[in-house]
Ligand binder design. Sequence first.
Ligand SMILES: [Zn+2]
Length: 427
Amino acid sequence: MAQSTTGKCRFCQAPLEQTFVDLGMSPLCQDHIKPEELNRMEPFYPLHAYVCENCFLVQLEEFVAPSAIFNDYAYFSSYSDSWLQHVKRYTEQMIGKFPINSKSLVAEMASNDGYLLQYFAEKGIPVLGIEPAANVAEHAISKRGIRTETKFFGLNTAKEMTSKYGKADLLIGNNVLAHVPDINDFVSGMKAFLAPQGLITMEFPHLLRLVERNQFDTIYHEHFSYLSFTTVEKIFQYHGLALFDVEELPTHGGSIRIYGKHIEDSSKEVSFRVTELLKREHVAGMSSISFYKDFEERVRTTKRKILEFLISAKADGKKIAGYGAPGKGNTLLNYCGIRTDFIDYTVDRNPHKQGNFLPGTLIPIYEPAMIRETKPDYVFILPWNLKEEIMETMSFIQEWGGKFVIPIPELKIYDPLWLIHRFKKAS
Ligand SMILES: [Zn+2]
């Protein structure tokens, strides 16, 4: 039993002594290596997730300050079509369900390049983005005309924003709660920034799904906390906020969208979905330590299966290319020890990533056209959460008998011919 070096739960301060999964040493997943940096030393940090025995928050220790991680972030949200469709639907749903209009303030924490706020702005609703990565915030302002403050969100920023813009009627945080090292400062900031009858929505990957679907590769340094609905409810409650609804979403392999309000606000009814999900998490075993302790052995089994496939494919002389350069890919490749000995290269639609190399494994990143040029036998899909979209666009690999490999939850090979047949039937 290895105790963490800081030793304390980031939420409740209880001693942190139980391992959830130890994925060894890994570089920061967004630190893509430029060609001129190839011979430099790379920093590796422990990727060891612990679970708090008191509040069951699964967490990594903070080794690198978020300012070092997020100041020049290569991830632009807008590059995935399905994600844009998802947030557009969200915008319509919120405007339909809640009194959000030209007199409201819609604020988003970690607003990225304005990918979401653009849909509120085009309906004439005042928006405010709060985004720590300067290059991304600049893009939101100059390319989309989205009012954006370059800042990390927390209690201080909340006070500053309130005095500058007033309180937020809708406060949005998608895939950010897990990324904040000081979760108490962040949630108390939301309490301070929220209008008396305002609402908060947040989306984050659901820990129940991570465990059920073996998504160990979604663990990386930028992602400090892994959240169940039960634990998030405790954290909100502690800061004077209540959860009044929850939805389960297919995004990022299984996320939840929570709806929060002030505890004092009695204008919103509490949905049956809140008690239902709390109960389901309890029944799944999330209130007992064994649920968390059994995970590591499953992860090791998955690693062995992925390596068995790669070794036998290479022994048969097959060519394997990757698809995508997401954070999760770097965890998987570094943990399994997969380099150019197995995967020749990967491709990514994001031009900011092309021409660089994946951290740690130094697998080169090219533009997607490379797949057609080199005709690999297998395309190994790293962002498995987007597998349908990717397999559909890349289905042309069947012209030379190419197949797709999806590593998670269990390694599976897909034949595009079979997929084309299925798409035809569906349409
Ligand atoms: Zn705790």
